[in-house]
Write a protein that binds this ligand. Structure first.
Ligand code: ADP
Ligand code: ASP
Ligand code: MG
Length: 421
């Protein structure tokens, strides 16, 4: 994203400019919308400028997706984006009405009206630039500005686009960067970022702070509380992100450059939305991997882990994981390549899951991988694939064991507060 218009300084200079974001559960019904409005009004009355990004109400996006499937089983990327953006548009207007009822002027804008320019990739568009003139004008007039999350416009086709699931987080942090806001507050249905998904691990604890780097790894590994791209924007433009509850006033989790404490293991994430493809008995010659991964890349399939086994008799097996939504494309490409290089065949496993352990202290402390593998093996959980980054270790395991794996690792790695060592 380019900040073409430079950094905007909200006036009067002594006051802060904050971007709020309210997720689906936080605006699920009329009472919650009025609650959100009163939170926003309170900040506005305190003298700060507020821009609020809102998501579709409750599970509206899922309902619209299901409705589209009921009407047509073909893919209609442009029309699907037209449909989905309507969800956020409903919320923005209702929140603006509720704010006006509290005696504060408010204006709502769609992503396009707010100047959010994106690539043209429907369903997965990326924010390129924000021309925030109308948003600034609204703030200068003393209004609260409400913006529909998760959407923008492709300046070439002038069609509306969506940013991918969870995209309102990206809208909020990108706007905070474009407006030079002091911080971005993500209001959600949990009290902050936890050491694991609190719906899975009852003993998970809320983190007071987490680095951008760790949060990016956690989010990319499946911790759905923040969309990974929002963390990327936060890191790139150094926007402090505060993840907190929309239901009470308590402090949440600050996502920032550095934290007071360097955790060896900060948290555990899980992802059950990937599938595994294995191409058997591939000739072990130069260029074969390229011939498989080039067409996958060209088709926009986002390959995550790749494992190539040791060669026997001049052939090898190559396994890789892809998002389950791309499995049909990946399977067709893999089958085509397998036939052309005379490989043994292709198998698909849609019932895998990935469990990841993340912590900045792993850069210096060795041994976490060994502990992780031992804990999984003591539980009789087989590791199918492994991948690492300097601050993350991920294992692919059977999908039906993933909650158990997360709980085992959470307690075995000391996150329950009872370090076994
Ligand atoms: P919103 O609609 O507000 O954007 P999401 O459903 O996208 O909310 O994200 C919040 C959810 O993320 C929580 O309800 C929780 O189940 C899930 N989650 C997954 N991992 C974590 C984690 N490490 N910490 C907190 N929440 C998590
Ligand atoms: N409503 C969209 C979704 O459900 C975007 C968002 O909530 O962030 O994915
Ligand atoms: Mg979300």
């Amino acid at each position: 994203m380019v900040l073409v218009e430079g950094v905007y300084t909200y006036t009067p200079a002594s006051m802060a400019l904050v971007v709020h974001k309210y997720g689906g559960t936080s605006v699920a019904d009329a009472a919650r919308i009025r609650n959100v409005a009163s939170r926003i009004v309170e900040v506005h009355k305190g003298g700060d400028g507020v821009v609020a990004v809102v998501s579709a109400m409750g599970r509206r996006t899922d309902e619209l997706l299901a409705l589209a499937q009921d009407v047509s089983d073909r893919s209609h990327p442009r029309e699907l984006d037209m449909l989905l953006t309507a969800g956020e548009r409903v919320t923005m207007a209702l929140v603006a009405m509720a704010i006006e009822d509290l005696g504060v002027p408010a204006t709502s804008f769609t992503g396009s009206q707010a100047g959010i320019l994106t690539t043209g990739r429907h369903g997965q568009a990326e924010i390129l630039e924000i021309r925030a003139g109308r948003v600034r004008d609204g703030l200068d007039q003393g209004k609260v500005v409400i913006i529909a999350g998760f959407q923008g416009v492709d300046p070439n086709s002038r069609d509306v686009t969506t940013l991918g699931r969870g995209g309102s987080d990206a809208t909020a942090v990108a706007l905070a960067a474009a407006l030079g806001a002091d911080r971005c507050e993500i209001f959600t249905d949990v009290d902050g970022v936890y050491t694991a998904d609190p719906r899975v691990v009852a003993s998970a604890t809320k983190l007071d702070e987490v680095t951008y780097e760790e949060m990016l790894e956690l989010a990319s590994a499946g911790a759905g509380v923040l969309m990974p791209r929002s963390v990327e924007f936060g890191r790139r433009f150094t926007i402090p992100i505060h993840v907190r509850s929309s239901f009470h006033k308590g402090e949440g989790t600050w996502v920032k450059e550095e934290t007071m404490e360097e955790a060896v293991v900060r948290g555990i994430a899980q992802n059950s939305d990937e599938s595994k493809v294995t191409v058997y008995q591939v000739p072990d010659t130069p260029g074969v991997a390229a011939s498989l991964f080039e067409p996958l890349a060209a088709a926009g399939v986002n390959v995550d882990m790749i494992v190539q086994n040791v060669s026997h008799d001049g052939t090898t097996d190559i396994s890789f994981t892809v998002p389950s939504v791309s499995i049909a494309t990946a399977r067709d490409i893999a089958r085509g390549v397998a036939a052309s290089v005379e490989a043994g065949g292709v198998s698909i496993d849609e019932s895998i899951a990935k469990v990841s352990v993340v912590g900045i202290g792993m850069k210096t402390e060795s041994g976490i991988a060994a502990r992780m593998f031992r804990l999984l093996s003591d539980q009789g959980i087989n590791i199918q694939m492994i991948s690492t980054s300097p601050i993350r270790i991920s294992c692919v395991i059977a999908g039906d064991r993933v909650d158990e794996a997360v709980r085992t690792l959470h307690s075995g790695l000391g996150l329950d507060g009872e370090d076994p060592q």
